[in-house]
Write a protein that binds this ligand. Structure first.
Ligand SMILES: Cc1cc2nc3c(=O)[nH]c(=O)nc-3n(C[C@H](O)[C@H](O)[C@H](O)COP(=O)(O)O)c2cc1C
Length: 350
């Protein structure tokens, strides 16, 4: 299986399965002399781990160990290897899906491609893999914060409820990372109903990167927006990515969508901080559409590996929505891209 590595200079390889012994990440290309403690990584993992009424009841501590690349609290510039042991594994929950393909999940495509699949917890297609991304992203965060770059994601819409207001201080006050406290209450109420119905929900996450200097991104195939879109889309359940006005720009006039240029920058930011694949120095604004969780306890039609039709009701431990757990993962992917471009020779060498 190829495609487990990401990034050119600041690169990450993730490894491990949902119900294997452990999973982890190897980060290469991190500059030396950056202060890094396990607690820096743990803080990010704690934001992603299961917990709360609408996330999987799987109890994973997600305790991370740094195996290499850090000496006396500083990165050495050598590969940083991270390991997270799987503790609360209950593979028996997945016996049924060893025979049946879950609608909306990757069971059938994996089996068609590889001729076999690790059905325990979904193997590599499980969201458990995103713990490794979160850990790697925490290292990118240390590097970016040192350079004055900060990334924050929040819930813009969930389960059909949209935010009407934006209070940045509210984001870390509620369990959904939602900047509108009224909307957050409505989202929670709606999730409760959806859960009781044996169903699941999707939503929209917005990601902001502030403090980015102008000049990140490489024309033509390595445009900053192209690499961000690939990074965000590589997270399970993400089905759409927008930069700036995104799909809305298709129905705007040029006079509405253009950002007037002024001496020190731009008057507006419809472009979402990227023009021609290169950062403008404004905030980078990304939105991700997150689909509903495929594993639902409602009965669904499917087939088994012999093609025999069947009805399936998924009883294992699952999230009702990938939001909010996806929030730190999307921040991590954004930070991995930005760190990579910050270290690109055409930028770093200027
Ligand atoms: C944070 C997060 C949590 C998720 N939790 C679950 C879950 O509990 N059950 C499930 O079936 N899918 C879950 N998913 C979604 C699946 O991983 C995803 O739908 C699956 O891999 C198929 O990939 P695709 O939706 O990108 O096509 C989660 C995804 C993320 C990012």
């Amino acid at each position: 299986m190829a495609g487990n590595s990401f990034g050119r200079i600041f690169s990450v390889t993730t490894w491990g399965e949902s119900h294997g012994a452990a999973l982890g990440a190897t980060v290469d290309g991190c500059p030396p002399a950056i202060p890094l403690a396990p607690s820096d990584i743990q803080a990010e993992l704690d934001r992603r781990k299961p917990g709360g009424a609408f996330s999987t009841p799987r109890k994973e501590k997600d305790s991370v160990e740094i195996l290499s690349g850090v000496f006396q609290g500083l990165t050495t510039g050598t590969p940083i290897s991270l390991i997270i042991y799987n503790r609360d594994v209950r593979s028996s929950d997945y016996k049924e899906i060893s025979q049946l393909y879950r609608p909306g999940h990757a069971d059938r495509t994996y089996e068609q491609k590889y001729g076999l699949r690790d059905w325990r917890g979904g193997g590599r297609s499980s969201a458990r893999e995103t713990a490794a991304r979160g850990a790697a992203g925490a290292i990118a965060k240390k590097f970016l914060n040192n350079s004055g770059i900060y990334v924050q994601a929040f819930t813009l819409a969930l389960a059909g409820v949209e935010c009407k207001t934006h209070d940045p201080d509210e984001i870390n006050r509620n369990s959904l990372y939602c900047p509108d406290s009224d909307a957050a209450q409505k989202m929670l109420a709606r999730l409760k109903e959806i859960k009781a119905d044996g169903d699941s929900a999707g939503g929209i996450v917005e990601i902001h990167a502030r403090g980015c200097p102008p000049g990140l991104g490489e024309p033509v195939f390595d445009k900053l927006d192209a690499r961000l879109a690939a990074a965000i889309m590589s997270v399970g359940a993400v089905k759409g990515v927008e930069i700036g006005e995104g799909f809305r720009s298709a129905s705007m006039l040029g006079s509405e969508n253009n950002d007037p240029i002024i001496e020190n920058g731009y008057e507006t930011n419809h472009a979402g901080g990227i023009l021609g694949g290169i950062s403008t120095g404004q905030n980078i604004v990304i939105r991700a559409a997150v689909k509903p969780i495929p594993s639902i306890s409602r009965e669904q039609r499917t087939v088994d590996s012999t093609g025999r039709t069947s009805l399936m009701s998924i009883k294992g431990r699952h999230d009702v929505s990938a939001i909010p757990r996806i929030i730190p993962v999307l921040e991590a992917m954004t930070m991995l891209v930005l760190a990579d471009f910050m270290l690109h020779p055409t930028f770093a060498g200027r």
